[in-house]
Design a protein around this ligand. Sequence first.
Ligand SMILES: [Zn+2]
Length: 245
Amino acid sequence: MKGASNPPPNWRDGKLKLGIKVRVAAWLASEVGEGNTFTREQLHVAFPGATQVERRMRDLREHGWEIDIARMADGVHMRLVKIGEPIWSPEGRLVAKRQIRTSAVRRSAILRRDNYVCTSCGVSAGEPHLDAQNLLARLSVRHLVSLAEGGTDRPENLVTICDRCNLGEVSIPSVNREEAARQIQDLSMQHKTVLLAWMARGERTPSPLDRAWAMFRHLDPDGRKEVVRVLAEAIERLAGEDATT
Ligand SMILES: [Zn+2]
């Protein structure tokens, strides 16, 4: 165990100013221990009011921590299979930083490969879910076969998926067959051809416009503002040129 030479700090000590991920790691190492189980309730009791506590705990997997999560009839059961990098120590922090960078690079490569849409329902980040218009989609990159079950970090085992598909909550309301036929009948010949190709492939190939839109949704707020400004200026310039010719 890597943590042995680097004992965890006191996860209760607020004066240490540790981030929630480091505190969860310290709690797991000192209170749960390798090989032992714990419940979601115990985690939330230890970190009351920390809304992102489960997410931060899952983030530890990037640092070699193995945590099994099983949903049973009587609640969620978790097991600390393996203690990973001691991210509370200076050396551990350095390794962790490098791991975060690699995983961010890997994550953006998978998002790009999957055209920035959920590979299951097709929603893009920040758009309302198809079956729940009041909820905005969040995309994440997930392992098809979990690391705990022997899956790898290789691209073929990684997939872009939205929060609702990830939880298995998406339920597309059933559609009336005549209505669908009518909708298709009303399409232009060009759109019909594209649609038929999508149907044959069993998936929608995003157009360059879709792809540009989905990439835009993935920019940070400053990036979005900048892109909007540049595009607006370009359109204005073109409109100006049209007016003078
Ligand atoms: Zn989805």
